[in-house]
Design a protein around this ligand. Structure first.
Ligand SMILES: Nc1ncnc2c1ncn2[C@@H]1O[C@H](COP(=O)(O)OP(=O)(O)OP(=O)(O)O)[C@@H](O)[C@H]1O
Length: 324
């Protein structure tokens, strides 16, 4: 288990991580989700002892990382998949890691097999594709057979097959009872991979909740209705106690009702309808709302409210996101 208490990191005047407290439990995939610059990498670096907290503390199974006697056997991490010695073969890379961390060399071939790199084990990693480099980085993380695993943006730049593979691996590792903590700026990816979500924005935890609960709480839907007698219909809806808003084009947006209810109300009162539709808010939009005020870099001058594409890293799902 990872426990952070009042964890803070300041770089000069900049507070990258601001007094965060959370627990990451074993046996499930915990997604660490936030827009670019939210503080995900800094938090992970502090967990791994690569950055020293300005205040607070973080422990892994009860101890600070620097106090672990065999860190690689207790915590495995994929932080920067490009941090490879390109002149070494995949196998040699893992052999060096194993030797310097007291891990038996028999693990090298085991993890090469797990990540599907056995056939290229004797090839230099400098010639690897991004996906192969990512797999080698994950092999390194698994080498010590650790109980706790951290992955920083592991699907970045991967093709659909690679994304699916990583997703299934995370689930399998969590199913084995390990603590799996994975960062991403892709809500759609986390909805498919994680059991639990920690949402971070501007260095602060904005949500700490189950994925299913998050979906249930944020799957707000409304009924959109266009009518040449919109004012009359809005009056009738208000009389029925419904909450009515209007979109910029004048359509009515009615909360917490069904299309049947709106259609019946209009029919009973002789109101013509030109459009009647149920509109589901996407999870992307829910995350957008949650983080709208905490996004560091906006393309425009005002915080985005609805358009996901207005925020770097928070665009609509790509074809790759929808695989699986
Ligand atoms: N070494 C550093 N010196 C100064 N500022 C830093 C340093 N490292 C990170 N920051 C700043 O701290 C904030 C958090 O950065 P961090 O890399 O942790 O975010 P992130 O959520 O991982 O974002 P991304 O998805 O873009 O990697 C950002 O504003 C970043 O510019």
């Amino acid at each position: 288990m990872i426990v952070a208490e009042g964890l803070t990191k300041r770089y000069g005047a900049k507070t990258a991580v601001d007094d965060v407290s959370f627990e990451v439990h074993p046996g499930r995939v915990t997604g660490f989700l936030g827009p670019n610059g939210a503080g995900k990498s800094t938090t992970m670096r502090m967990i791994l002892g690569l950055d020293r907290p300005s205040a607070g503390r973080v422990t892994v199974d009860g101890r600070a990382y620097r106090d672990l006697s065999a860190p690689m056997v207790e915590v495995g991490a994929l932080i920067d998949a490009k941090a490879l010695h390109g002149g070494r073969t995949a196998r040699d890379h893992l052999v060096v890691l194993a030797k310097s961390n007291g891990v038996p060399l028999t693990r090298v071939d085991e993890v090469l097999d797990v990540v599907g790199l056995t056939s290229v084990a004797k090839k230099r990693s400098g010639g690897f594709s991004l996906g192969m480099g990512q797999r080698l980085g994950i092999a390194g993380a698994l080498l010590g057979d650790p109980r706790v695993l951290l992955f920083d943006e592991p699907v970045n730049g991967l093709d659909p097959e690679g994304i699916l593979w990583i997703r299934n691996l995370m689930k399998r590792l969590a199913g084995e009872g390990r603590t799996v903590f994975v960062s991403s700026h892709l809500m759609s990816e986390m909805a498919l991979t994680a059991d639990h979500l920690l949402v971070i924005g501007r260095g602060r935890i904005l949500a700490d909740t189950g994925v299913a609960q998050f979906i249930a709480e944020n799957s707000v839907s409304h009924v959109k209705v266009r009518s040449p007698q919109a004012d009359r219909l809005a009056e009738l809806a208000a009389e029925a106690g419904w909450q009515v808003n209007r979109d910029p084009a004048g359509a009515l947006l009615i909360q917490e009702v069904t299309t049947d209810q709106v259609g019946d109300l209009a029919g009973h009162n002789g109101v013509f309808l030109h459009e009647l539709a149920k509109v589901e808010a996407s999870l992307e939009e829910a995350f957008m709302r949650l983080t709208a005020d905490s996004v560091e870099y906006h393309t425009g001058g005002t915080p985005p409210k609805v358009a996901p594409e207005a925020v770097p890293g928070w665009g609509p799902p790509t074809a790759a996101d929808r695989i699986g």
